[in-house]
Design a protein around this ligand. Structure first.
Ligand SMILES: [Zn+2]
Length: 312
């Protein structure tokens, strides 16, 4: 008798669980992260940059002006002609959203360089996955003594089109050690990075930003400093990191964060999503610094903080 009761109760419990977790046809939620999006003429822009949790095949996507921008079935926007239009998204549940889309000229591409110092570290893979999904190209200033600890991260940086930079062997302040020692730090760092990456670093950043002209020339590649310091290492606050990046992402700026803090990784993700929707393009330091036609050789020895170009 008791066994039977237990059996009945158990069956009822199972039924309850089944009903509660029954897959529903109406579960077609999506979240619009940005209602205003800027894209470039002649380019394709993945909509999951600003609409998350969406199954685009099951959504209705309509453009108010198909000659300006058209959504594709698999969730991308085509930038067809300079102008504005509204993309309406709706699902079977009746949830409906409007997104203002601005298509601008490729000549107006808004570029910033996001530079990540002091890695490689344990968040490298997570960052790389994110950058890959958002088409972000970043610059990683690596510490020579640490590259051997995360060879896969370093390999991915190279394979996925990021730039790797020499941040010296042991993160010593170059202006505080003997001349010969400083040059060793630079040389050993570059060699350690090349040994793991398979290619030499292409930019140099002295620890704490301090270097002499002799050291910069000895480095043999452009010395990339920054004009936006997020102070991420000091506050370790994701929202603050995001805010500093968003406020600092003016065209031509070089933004400094540190790869090794979880709060920085979170802040970077938030900021990148907001900024890509505004049409900001994240490029490597060298892409930014040579976009006006400057030659890499001519940049060696200088201290480079940003790259503004005059727009017509
Ligand atoms: Zn550093």
């Amino acid at each position: 008798m008791r066994t039977r009761l237990v059996y009945i109760l158990l069956s009822l419990a199972m039924l309850l669980i089944y009903v509660c977790f029954l897959p529903s046809d109406e579960a077609e939620a999506y979240t619009v992260e940005n209602k205003q999006v800027t894209i470039y003429e002649g380019e394709t822009y993945p909509m999951d940059f600003f609409v998350s949790d969406a199954d685009f095949m099951n959504l209705r996507l309509l453009s108010s002006d198909r000659s300006v921008s058209t959504p594709t079935k698999d969730g991308a926007l085509l930038g067809l002609k300079i102008g504005d239009c509204i993309i309406t998204i709706s699902d079977k549940k009746g949830t409906r959203d409007e997104i203002e889309v601005k298509v601008v000229s490729k000549e107006d591409i808004h570029m910033v360089a996001l530079t990540l110092d002091d890695g490689p570290g344990s968040h490298g893979m997570e960052l790389m996955d994110f950058f890959d999904s958002r088409n972000v190209k970043a610059t990683f200033f690596l510490i020579g003594a640490d590259v051997g600890n995360y060879p896969q991260s370093v390999q991915r940086m190279v394979d996925e089109g990021h730039e790797i930079g020499n941040h010296c062997m042991n993160h010593k302040q170059l202006t505080a050690v003997k001349k010969a020692r400083a040059l060793e730090e630079i040389e050993d760092g570059a060699k350690a990075i090349e040994d793991v990456a398979g290619v030499p670093p292409t930019v140099f950043r002295p620890p704490y930003g301090d270097s002499t002209e002799e050291q910069r020339i000895a480095a043999g590649m452009p010395t990339v400093l920054w004009n936006i310091d997020t102070l991420d290492w000091k506050y370790k606050d994701a929202d603050r990191v995001a805010k500093e990046i968003i406020n600092g992402a003016k065209d031509g700026n070089i933004i400094l964060v540190h790869e090794i803090y979880k709060t920085t990784v979170e802040g970077v993700k938030k900021a990148v999503d907001k900024l890509t929707a505004k049409g900001v393009r994240f490029v490597t330091a060298t892409t930014l610094l040579t976009r006006d036609g400057s030659k890499v050789e001519d940049l060696i020895g200088q201290r480079l903080f940003s790259k503004r170009i005059k727009k017509k």
